[in-house]
Design a protein around this ligand. Structure first.
Ligand SMILES: *Cc1c(COP(=O)(O)O)cnc(C)c1O
Length: 404
């Protein structure tokens, strides 16, 4: 095998499908909340692989789990079950409202399973007419055709031919707009308990409560998409735990594997029973390697220490961002929950979130955006406070370049 060609950003344009626009920087290794690129430049990671690397890079507990399982058994398929999957499922049901777990490989697949389950449940229990799915504008649920259609941005679902039907969208945080759509024909409501991609928008307490009540009145299932908010991100194991509302189905991915691809759908025994043998499945779902890493991540995150740490670190961030803003006046709001933080640009900087990301990157700190007007932070849940302070200092230098 010959490797005698340059592996750089240009190669991406040569050999990859052009659906992404990656940065010129190619990281090659990471440790905790720091990453090094091909030229050995060091970067502080406030992006966390888009809210995935909940324990930073190469956390010893995850590396150990991967190595240990890697020498035991990698894959069986669902013709057989496996110990890591059973252990992880047991821990997930013991620590949530759920009784049953279905494993997938991504957030979209977990949501796909949730939506198919809801439709099958409604058909079995209530009949053919109950098929409507309500979700919310600006919501994001993944990129399969069903989930992208349920998502609240038609730009992502247009242009692929006929869409899955009977899906409507209400306004997030607007109970009246939701009330106008829900009826006894509603099968399920899918929502994020804090909109991530859509702009880091927290629901009001009245809104989530109202959605739950209307679902109960109309016998509709409430599906919480916790793909971004789950596994400690908001300072709770799952965001619903801080909202006083329990969903019927919950999906988890991103941080669940701490960087190893895995997703899960959680529900009650009553609902789960409608996914009978043969109704749904996945070759890789519940793969032993993925479940072994996820089990280690779940155990490590699900402690008072880490979850309280998220709340404390969130304050360090918010105070730091406010201090930057006092000098440069670039943000009109700092919002979010726990370590899912959005800094909303003022009118003077509309559409320039990507410029802030690039300026920060040039100063050695990786950030994210959520749309064109919001700089997003989703770092490791255990990022050392020194790294937050140093990363914010770098971020400030980036902000200064833009604001001058
Ligand atoms: C990222 C995300 C998804 C999609 O997850 P994939 O693993 O990319 O399929 C779904 N829902 C929410 C809320 C997300 O943030």
């Amino acid at each position: 095998m010959s490797n005698h060609f340059p592996v750089n950003r240009e190669l991406f344009d040569d050999v990859m499908v052009p659906n992404y626009a990656p940065s010129a920087v190619i990281p090659v290794r990471g440790k905790g909340s720091r990453v090094w690129d091909q030229q050995d430049n060091e970067l502080i990671d406030f992006a966390g692989g888009i809210a995935v690397n909940c324990l930073g890079h190469c956390h010893p507990a995850l590396v150990d789990a991967l190595k240990e399982q890697g020498e035991k058994i990698w894959h069986l398929s669902n013709v057989m079950t496996n110990e890591p999957a059973l252990r992880l499922a047991k821990k997930m049901v013991d620590n949530t409202f759920a009784d049953k777990v279905y494993f997938a490989n991504s957030g979209a697949e977990s949501n796909e399973a949730a939506l198919k389950l809801a439709r099958r449940w409604a058909l079995d229990v209530h009949g053919e007419d109950k098929s409507q799915i309500i979700s919310f504008k600006q919501g994001f649920h993944g990129r399969t055709f069903f989930t992208v259609t349920v998502g609240g941005q038609t730009a992502y679902s247009d242009g692929f031919g006929p869409k899955p039907g009977d899906i409507v969208h209400a306004e997030y945080n607007n109970l009246e707009s939701f009330k106008a759509l829900i009826s006894d024909k509603t099968c399920a409501v899918m929502m994020e308990p804090l909109q991530g991609e859509g702009g880091i928008v927290s629901p009001t307490a009245e809104f989530v409560k109202g959605v739950r009540e209307l679902c109960d009145q109309h016998n509709a299932l409430l599906i919480f998409d916790e793909v971004q908010t789950g596994v400690g991100r908001t300072g709770e194991l799952y965001a619903y735990m801080g909202l006083d509302v329990t969903p019927d189905i919950l999906t988890s991915a991103k941080a669940l594997g701490g960087g190893f691809p895995i997703g899960a759908m959680l529900t009650t025994t009553e609902i789960a029973k409608h996914l009978k043998i043969g109704t749904h499945g996945s070759t890789y779902g519940g793969n032993p390697l993925a479940c072994a890493v996820a089990e280690a991540a779940f155990d490590t995150v699900n402690t008072e220490e880490v979850l309280n740490g998220v709340k404390e670190k969130a304050e360090v961030y918010v105070n730091g961002l406010k201090a930057i803003n006092e000098k440069y006046n670039v943000f009109k709001e700092i919002r979010g929950k726990g370590l899912l933080i959005g800094a909303v640009l003022t009118d003077d900087y509309q559409g320039r979130a990507k410029d802030f990301l690039n300026a920060a990157m040039a100063e050695g700190v990786m950030t994210l955006v959520a749309g064109a007007n919001i700089v997003r932070f989703a770092p490791s849940l255990i990022i050392p406070n020194e790294d937050i302070v140093e990363g914010l200092a770098r971020f400030e230098r980036g902000v200064a370049k833009i604001a001058q």
